[in-house]
Ligand binder design. Structure first.
Ligand code: AMP
Length: 422
C-alpha cells in the first residue's frame, strides 16, 4: 500500500517556515491596530451561491476553481476561494450597519482554488484580508492602499510597484465594454481560445490575459478613463489626489481589471519585482455592488487580500528579517540514568516560571547526544544534573554561546537565568 500524501497544490507549513508566518501575522496585527481594523474569524465554507453571485458566474474562480460539494443534507457548499464575499455576508448577517461606520475588519486564513499549482500558487493558500465597509469615500480607497504599503514596509519589503486603475461601475462599464469589443473585433482570430470566449461574455477580462499574443493586442486597447461616468471620474480623481498627498508612488495601469467581477471604481495591485509570473503580493479594490449582488442592502466597501505564501517568499528573496528564530532557553541534561527524574522535575519547575522555556531528552540519549540535542533545539543554556549536583542541591549551567560554565544553587537558578537575559 502506498503512503498517503497531501493532495496536489496543498502543502504543510513546517516549523522551519511557520515561525516566519507568525512574524508576518504579528506585524499584520500591529498594522490592523494602527489603522483601526478589528479582527474577525470567518467560516471556511459558505453557501455556494454567496460566491457564484458575489464573485460572478463568468469569472475563472467561479467557473473553474471552486471546491464545491454537497453536504449530507444535499446543500451546495463551497470552500471559500476568497474572504470579501464572506465579510460582506457577515456584516449584513450581524447587523453591523448599526455600528459606527465604516466598519473596518480584517482576517487571515486559508482560501481554496483549483488552480494549476506552481511556485507562489497553491490550491490551498493563505490570505490576509482587510476590508472597510460602509463608506464610499475615495480616501478609504487610499487608506487601504496605504495600509498594505505600511504592512510591507514594516516587514522590510522593498522594490514594490503599486498599480491602480478604475473599472467603472454598472452605469459606465457597458459603454466601455462595447468600445473594447469594437477594438478587439479586428483581432479576434489572434486572441487565445480563452479570450475568444471572453469576447462576448466578459471582454474586460481580455485585458488581464498574460498570454504574449493577447498582451500584444491589449497594449493598444482603449483605456476606460474617457468612458467613466461623472461619479466614477470624480472618485478616481480623488483617489489619485489622495495617493499624491500621501506621497504614494503608483502607476496607472489601464489593463488592470482583476479576476473578480464585483469590483467597481478603484482596482489596485501591488507587485514585487522579485517574484516571477505570480508577482502580485496583494490585490484589491472597491466593490460597492457586492452586497446587492448577494441579496443584501446597498453597502459600499473597499479592501484587499494579500497572499501570505508570497509575502514570505519575497521576504526570503529580499533577505528580510523575521525576528529571532524561536529556540528554547534551557535544555536539561541528566548525567546519569538515576538523575533523569530530577531533570524532569527541574524542567517542570523552570517551565512554571512564565518566561523560561525548557526541554529535555525523552529518547534515553547519553550525555554527548543530549548536548547535541540541546544545540539542535536552539537552546541558550544547558543545565546538567548529575548525582553530585543532586546531592549538593546545585545545577551546572553552561552558556552554549560563550561556553561559560557555573554551578548555581537550585533555588537561585531562575534568578541566575534571568540575570543572564535568558
Ligand atoms: P485575489 O483574491 O485573486 O485578488 O488575490 C489576492 C492575492 O492573493 C494575490 O495577490 C496573491 O498574493 C494571493 N493569491 C491568489 N491566488 C493565490 C494562489 N492560488 N496561491 C497563492 N497565493 C494566491
Amino acid at each position: 500500500m502506498s503512503t498517503i500524501k497531501a493532495p496536489r497544490g496543498v502543502r504543510d507549513i513546517l516549523p522551519d517556515e511557520s515561525w516566519k508566518w507568525s512574524y508576518v501575522l504579528d506585524k499584520a496585527k500591529d498594522i490592523a491596530e494602527i489603522f483601526g481594523y478589528r479582527e474577525i474569524h470567518l467560516p471556511v465554507f459558505e453557501h455556494t451561491e454567496l460566491f457564484s453571485r458575489g464573485i460572478g458566474e463568468t469569472t475563472d474562480v467561479v467557473e473553474k476553481e471552486m471546491y464545491t460539494f454537497q453536504d449530507r443534507s444535499e446543500r451546495s457548499l463551497t470552500l471559500r476561494p476568497e474572504a470579501t464575499a464572506s465579510m460582506v455576508r457577515a456584516y449584513n448577517q450581524n447587523k453591523f450597519s448599526n455600528q459606527h461606520q465604516p466598519v473596518k475588519l480584517w482576517c487571515y486564513g486559508p482560501m481554496f482554488r483549483y488552480e494549476r499549482p506552481q511556485k507562489g500558487r497553491y490550491r490551498q493558500f493563505w490570505q490576509l484580508d482587510f476590508e472597510s465597509l460602509g463608506s464610499d469615500h475615495p480616501f478609504v480607497d487610499v487608506e487601504v492602499i496605504k495600509l498594505a504599503l505600511d504592512l510591507y514596509s514594516h516587514l522590510g519589503l522593498s522594490n514594490l510597484d503599486v498599480l491602480v486603475n478604475s473599472v467603472g461601475c454598472p452605469q459606465c462599464r457597458p459603454a466601455y465594454k462595447e468600445k473594447l469589443k469594437d477594438y478587439f473585433r479586428a483581432d479576434l482570430d489572434r486572441l487565445c481560445d480563452t479570450c475568444k470566449t471572453r469576447f462576448e461574455r466578459n471582454p474586460l477580462r481580455i485585458l488581464d490575459c498574460k498570454k504574449p499574443q493577447c498582451r500584444e493586442i491589449t497594449e493598444k486597447a482603449p483605456d476606460i478613463y474617457s468612458s467613466l461616468c461623472d461619479d466614477c471620474r470624480e472618485h478616481f480623481d480623488k483617489v489619485i489626489k489622495g495617493l499624491k498627498h500621501l506621497n504614494i508612488q503608483y502607476h496607472l495601469d489601464k489593463r488592470l481589471v482583476r479576476g473578480l467581477d464585483y469590483y467597481t471604481k478603484t482596482a489596485f495591485e501591488i507587485l514585487s519585482g522579485e517574484l516571477g509570473s505570480q508577482n502580485a503580493v496583494c490585490g484589491g479594490g472597491r466593490y460597492d455592488n457586492l452586497s446587492d449582488e448577494v441579496g443584501g442592502p446597498h453597502l459600499p466597501g473597499v479592501g484587499f487580500a494579500a497572499g501570505l505564501e508570497r509575502i514570505v517568499l519575497v521576504m526570503d528573496q529580499q533577505k528580510c528579517s523575521f525576528g529571532e528564530k524561536p529556540g528554547i532557553n534551557v535544555y536539561i541534561i541528566a548525567a546519569q540514568e538515576e538523575t533523569r527524574i530530577d531533570a524532569f522535575s527541574l524542567m517542570s519547575e523552570l517551565r512554571s516560571n512564565d518566561h523560561v522555556s525548557a526541554d529535555m531528552d525523552y529518547m534515553n540519549r547519553g550525555m554527548k547526544a543530549q548536548f547535541k540535542a540541546a544545540v539542535n533545539k536552539g537552546a541558550s543554556f544547558v543545565c546538567i544534573l548529575g548525582e553530585d549536583e543532586v546531592s549538593r542541591g546545585v545545577v551546572t549551567v553552561k552558556n552554549l554561546e560563550t561556553g561559560e560554565q557555573d554551578q548555581v544553587g537550585r533555588d537561585k537558578l531562575v534568578s541566575f537565568l534571568e540575570k543572564e537575559n535568558c
